[in-house]
Design a protein around this ligand. Structure first.
Ligand code: NAD
Length: 360
């Protein structure tokens, strides 16, 4: 019996989590779910969107799966997702994006793995609000030390990238590549402009790459990388990126395989792992039984592999592949306009995957 923390999240989170739960249970793996709520409603009730009990549950169980959680834009509480990754030191975000036969997409044969650093960079949460005394002090300090004058009405976000943080994420990428029989790691950066942060990332990446002569290594500037991925994604394999570029390129890669509904993910640290889809809480579809549950279902397959339940994980992946190929039970986002078979809802997709698992 595995005990796993389940954070349903908000927006579409609860319905896709329910779908995922049914699919995992259909594999026959014995799981006791420790359900923990977090997010906006919890914030209103308990004054904290990520109460300590949620952290304690993950620490006790070591493994969690979560639905997306809404983050207020610009103001309000800080992202629960980012806080969770930082608090548990889940430094590696792993997001595989591979083509499924029959999925609606402009590309075939995409097979990328995005490895995003999860704890540093502009997501470190070190921010200075416009016009606050400490912000004005910082602006003055910068002028004194560098001769560069920042406008007094500026807000400032700090971008720390360390040798420690870079070394462990790049090593993680190479180890992942080795374990999964991958041929190449591409480090993505903007070292031509940000010499002391992205430049450091690149320098450390090159050093780590020297220890892995069995795996090809190259680097790409992030803007070029985006263009390359859109034009010839088949040339790339494992990408390793600092936090912000990793966030953006993850969505780009999801777009290559048919959208966010198909992009699973994992946040991995040395002690704990939290699995979650790449997509957000899509609040406009909340409670409508409309969105695609494949991303969280495939995240669950990643989780099962992580806990050693490889057969169950393979069953889920095979069942998802078959359901997509057959094209009868797919949500709206996977449908062409002139499709003769109408879309179905979240629950119906989950039922189709469950039926398929039972027939395997
Ligand atoms: P989003 O991923 O929620 O939605 C982007 C687009 O993709 C929308 O058109 C949405 O309808 C569609 N989409 C997303 N998931 C889908 C699915 N499963 N099936 C079909 N279509 C799907 O991104 P957003 O609108 O930028 O963010 C909404 C909220 O989610 C924000 O508060 C954001 O901060 C939060 N968010 C949370 C996480 C997380 O919990 N890890 C990740 C990203 C965004």
């Amino acid at each position: 019996m595995h005990k796993i923390t389940l954070i349903p999240g908000d927006g579409i989170g609860p319905e896709i989590s329910e779908a995922m739960k049914k699919v995992v249970e259909a594999t026959g793996v014995s799981i006791q779910w420790d359900i923990q709520f977090a997010g906006e409603e919890v914030y209103l009730k308990e004054g904290n969107p990520l109460p300590q009990r949620v952290i304690d549950s993950i620490k006790a169980n070591k493994v969690a799966i979560k639905g997306p959680i809404t983050t207020p834009v610009g103001t309000g509480f800080r992202s629960v997702n980012v806080t969770l990754r930082q608090t548990l030191d889940l430094y590696a975000c792993v997001r595989p994006c591979r083509s499924f036969r029959g999925a609606k997409t402009r590309y075939e044969n995409v097979d990328l793995v995005i490895i995003r650093e999860n704890t540093e960079d502009l997501y470190a949460g070190v921010e200075f609000k416009k016009s606050e005394p400490e912000t004005l002090e910082l602006i003055k300090f910068i002028e004194e030390k560098t001769g560069k004058k920042l406008r007094e009405d500026s807000g400032i976000t700090i971008k720390p990238i360390s040798v420690f943080g870079t070394e462990r994420i790049v090593r993680f990428a190479f180890e992942y590549a080795r374990r999964h029989g991958r041929r190449k790691v591409t480090a993505v950066h903007k070292a031509n402009i940000m010499k002391y942060t992205d430049g450091l990332f690149l320098e450390v990446a090159r050093q780590v790459a020297n220890e892995y002569s069995d795996i090809e290594f190259e680097d790409k500037i992030v803007d070029n990388m985006c263009m390359q991925l859109v034009q010839k994604p088949e040339l790339y394999d494992v990408l390793v990126l600092p936090n912000l570029y990793g966030d953006i390129v993850s969505d780009l890669a999801a777009g290559l395989i048919g959208g966010l509904g198909l992009a699973p993910g994992a946040n991995i640290g040395d002690k704990y792992a939290v699995f979650e889809p790449t997509h957000g809480s899509a609040p406009k579809y909340k409670g409508l039984n409309k969105v695609n549950p494949f991303a969280i279902i495939l995240s669950a397959a990643m989780m099962l592999k992580h806990i050693g339940e490889v057969k169950a994980a393979d069953k889920i992946e095979k069942a998802v592949e078959e359901v997509i190929k057959e094209g009868k039970y797919l949500t709206y986002d996977m449908k062409y306009e002139n499709d003769s078979i109408p879309p179905v809802g979240t629950k119906e997709v989950a039922e189709a995957v469950v039926d398929k698992i039972k027939s395997l």
